[in-house]
Design a protein around this ligand. Sequence first.
Ligand SMILES: C[S@@+](CC[C@H](N)C(=O)[O-])C[C@H]1O[C@@H](n2cnc3c(N)ncnc32)[C@H](O)[C@@H]1O
Length: 229
Amino acid sequence: MTVKESPEAAAEVLQHALTGDDLPDSFHLLGREWALHRGVFPGTLTAATEVMASVLPYPQDGSFLEVGCGTGVISVTAALNGCKTVTALDINEKAVANTEANAERHGVGDRVRALHSDLYAALDPGERFDAIFWNVPWTYVEDGFPLSTDLHSAVFDPGYQGQARFIAGAQDHLTDGGRLLMGTADLGDRERLDGFAAEHGMRVELLRKVRRIEVVRVMEYHLLELHPA
Ligand SMILES: C[S@@+](CC[C@H](N)C(=O)[O-])C[C@H]1O[C@@H](n2cnc3c(N)ncnc32)[C@H](O)[C@@H]1O
């Protein structure tokens, strides 16, 4: 079943994640502390980052390309879990700096290369990887929907053009037998995705399904004291 999330609901979540002086500059995930730069998709906004980082089949001693690295949790986890080299790309410059900071923090700065890039644009034409992965912005919106902040591109994919370009360009950057992997959710539009894959002679297989009970909103916890009136 495909569930649709309203753009308004997603935008409301973003608004909370972007504003406010008291937003944390780090978060805890997968037993580690991660730097969070303002304007970068927080790795705890949904469980997707943790789930994908945990279940991805990292190519052992191989090369891993992450498109849309965000805070770098997945790229750093790839480097810590047997990948020889990791390339992390993001269209959001702040995510590139955030990923570099987290790679340094967790001692894999020498194996994680982060680049500012729209999809594969910053790669050399001949560069190839044993696995390419994107934890995609899964919210479908019509073409022309304004991506008014950096965080909008982390959540919305107008016309699913990002996913279409991800699939279209992958073959130029995969090794023989290399794997093309995507992280999405039941909020994504699977029919559309299957259509793009078919246009490029590919089919989509569900490798893993992980269910989580989630409340998609930011909570503020209040400690109250009661006084005599
Ligand atoms: C759902 S977030 C995932 C972030 C991170 N990988 C994680 O799991 O926490 C999607 C990421 O894709 C990036 N992105 C969106 N469009 C992109 C594009 N055309 N090229 C590269 N990165 C893109 C966003 O900036 C965002 O960081």
